[in-house]
Every structure is written in C-alpha cells, then in structure tokens.
Design a binder for this molecule. Structure first.
Ligand code: SAM
Ligand code: SF4
Ligand code: SF4
Length: 343
C-alpha cells in the first residue's frame, strides 16, 4: 500500500461524476462565470460509469475503503443509481457516501439506498429562504432541500450530515437556527469555513468566520463539549451537545488545517487524479486507460503519484497563496475549481 512523502496512506476516494450543477453558489460556481455560454464537458470527455468503476477498483486495490460521490451536483448525472450499484459491487468498499445540494434528492433517495449508497451529506447554508436563495445563486427555495433531507432520512441514508459554508455578513447569524433544526431531527450539522478553493470565487479572508467563533455562537444557546474523533483523518472536529442529545462539527480548513492526516484522493469528471483540494494539476488517468493501459499499469501510475505526494496546502496557505498570485499573473498554475473535484 503506498504512503506519500509525509507517510500518509491512501484511504478515501472522492469521485466527481459531473461538472454541471443546478445551483450557482457564489463561493463555488458564481453565476457570472458559469452562465449560459459556459462550456461544460461533453459526454465523451467524461469518464463513463464503466471507467469510473474500473478506476475505483484499482484505487481499492491500493488501500481505498471509502468512496464519496460528488460533483458538480452528482444527482444531475443521468442514471446515477446504476453507477452506485456498480461501485457497491466492488469488494473492499466499506462505506459509500454522497455529497449533494439536495434539490432533487427527494425522488432519488430510496433508489440510491436500494443501489447500495450508505449515507448522504446534504449542503444547506441557511434555513432562511432569502439567504438560501442568495447562496444558491438562483433564488431556489429551501423547501425542496428539506424534502430531500426528509426523504433521505426515511430511506435510511443515515446518519445524515448537513454541510453549511459560513460566509461572514451573509449567513453567519443563522448558524444557531440551523444547528438547532438539525439537533431536533437527529442530523449532524457541520459548519465549514469559507475556503479559497479555485480562483473564481473572489475569496477574501475577511469573509471567513473562524470555527472558534461559530462554536462560541452555538455554545451560548446550545451548550457543547468536544467529542473524540471517529477515526484518524476525520475532516470535521466533532462536538456533542451537553444535554446528551446529538452532535455537530466544524470543518476548520483555514484556521486549523488538518493536512497531517489527509488520506484523500480526488478523481475529476474528466479522469484526472488530484491529491489535494487545492491542487493545480491532476494526473491524467483517462488517457492511459483509453489507450489500453492494464489495471497493473493504472495501479503503477496512481502508486507513483501518491508516493510523490507532498500536499499540505492549508498548512502552508499564506506562502502558497503569495506564490500562486504571482504566477497567476503570468497565466501560471491556477488551483483546480471545486466543482471539478467536488470538495
Ligand atoms: N453540489 C454538491 C453540494 O453542494 O453538496 C456537491 C459538490 S460541492 C463542491 C461539495 C461541498 O463543497 C459542498 O458542501 C459545498 O458547500 C462545499 N464548498 C464549495 N465551495 C466551497 C468553498 N469555497 N468553501 C468551503 N466549502 C465549499
Ligand atoms: Fe453546485 Fe455544490 Fe458548487 Fe453549490 S457547492 S455550486 S451546489 S457544486
Ligand atoms: Fe488534504 Fe490538501 Fe486539504 Fe491539506 S489542503 S487537508 S492536503 S486536501
């Protein structure tokens, strides 16, 4: 099993199944960039279900036990349940989750469960209709997402996690409402610091609400205490409510980086392997596969990439941002966008 240069094994694979999305969240796919004329990948440029499944089984051979299906919005890819069933059939996959914006989840929840999906994480930035409409970029109503979450719960895609990106001055005053709503229903709210992924979302550090501040706000109304991590490398810091009823978490990629335990690889829709959320280049797997590479050859490519991996962007954020902003001016390397690799 490969270890990277910081002795981190390869355990998780995030698979982006589409670069398209039915939302235009300003922190991810701002509407002014992703307008009607934006050219998304054609079908031929996307990995087929057979290709995704083949690559996933090669990754499992290298130590991956957890899969996360993401996007873009994974549910806009047609027949997704078929892919889920194919991936669920790979021996060695212990857990398969999906991150979705939940907007069309209600009609898919039971078929996804039947196909072998273990659980879902639904992104929901606020329960407030106006703020939610602003943060999905299209004025979509929150009700559809709430129906999706309910359907996922009914189908047993549990435990349900609810992800919320917190942006200062936009939704930071609604975190307690969302935490309470989740607590009352047995869902795990997870508040994410606004990250400088990609280069299109106009990230500005002043819009980041540090996890400590989010925790303080919640603790004032719903007292919490730290809980032990479920496993090494868990992205969220876990906190439990002191009344014994439920837990929540924060993902503090900006103020408390967790690169030391990062065991995640990302496969983009067009078949590139990224070893960091903030990577600039992906290693092409689609090309070699379509040129006839055997599983052994694909294994060797991935193994080589992982062995050379040095990524720890969040720990080095300040200096790397400076370096990237200099090269970007000369059309140098740019960070991959979140909608391509799925978070
Ligand atoms: N469309 C699906 C969704 O929104 O759940 C899956 C893909 S989305 C890229 C995955 C996760 O990344 C979502 O929870 C989203 O909120 C988060 N995300 C996107 N851009 C982000 C940013 N700039 N900072 C922090 N989280 C971000
Ligand atoms: Fe779409 Fe998810 Fe990005 Fe929002 S965060 S634009 S829902 S891919
Ligand atoms: Fe992993 Fe890169 Fe995020 Fe660090 S910055 S935790 S290496 S994805």
């Amino acid at each position: 099993m490969p270890l990277d240069t910081l002795k981190r094994p390869l355990r998780d694979l995030r698979i982006s199944v589409t670069d398209r999305c039915n939302f235009r969240c300003p922190y991810c796919m701002p509407a002014e960039v992703f307008g009607e004329r934006y050219k998304f990948l054609s079908k031929a440029q996307m990995l087929s279900f057979e290709e995704i499944t083949r690559l996933a089984s090669v990754f499992v051979g290298l130590g991956v036990t957890k899969l996360r299906i993401t996007g873009g919005e994974p549910l806009v890819r047609a027949d997704l349940e078929k892919l889920i069933a194919m991936l669920a059939g790979i021996p060695g996959v212990e857990d398969m989750a999906m991150t979705t914006n939940g907007y069309i989840l209600a009609g898919h929840a039971q078929p996804l469960k039947d196909a072998g999906l273990s659980r879902v994480t639904v992104s929901l930035d606020s329960l407030d209709e106006k703020i939610f409409g602003e943060l999905n970029g299209l004025g979509h109503s929150v009700d559809r997402v709430l129906e999706g979450i309910q359907a996922a719960n009914d189908a047993g895609l549990t435990p349900i996690k609810v992800n919320s990106v917190v942006v200062r001055g936009v939704n930071d005053h609604t975190v307690v409402d969302l935490a309470r709503w989740c607590k009352e229903r047995g869902y795990i709210a997870r508040f994410i610091e606004f990250m400088d992924v990609g280069s299109l979302n106009g990230w500005d550090e002043s819009q980041v609400v540090p996890a400590r501040e989010i925790l303080d706000r919640i603790n004032e109304e719903l007292p919490i205490e730290p809980a032990t991590p479920n496993y090494t490398g868990e992205v969220a810091q876990r906190w439990r409510y002191t009344d014994g009823d439920g837990e929540m978490g924060v993902i503090a990629s900006v103020t408390a980086p967790f690169c030391g335990d990062c065991t995640r690889a990302r496969l983009s829709t067009d078949g590139k392997l990224y070893t960091c959320l903030f990577g600039t280049d992906g290693a092409d797997l689609m090309g070699p596969m379509r040129d006839g590479a055997t599983d052994t050859e694909l294994t060797a490519i991935i193994d080589g990439v992982w062995n050379r991996r040095e990524d720890r962007y969040s720990e080095l954020r300040a200096s790397l941002r400076r370096a990237l902003s200099v090269t970007a001016k000369d059309s140098g390397p740019r960070k991959v966008e979140m909608y391509k690799i799925g978070g």
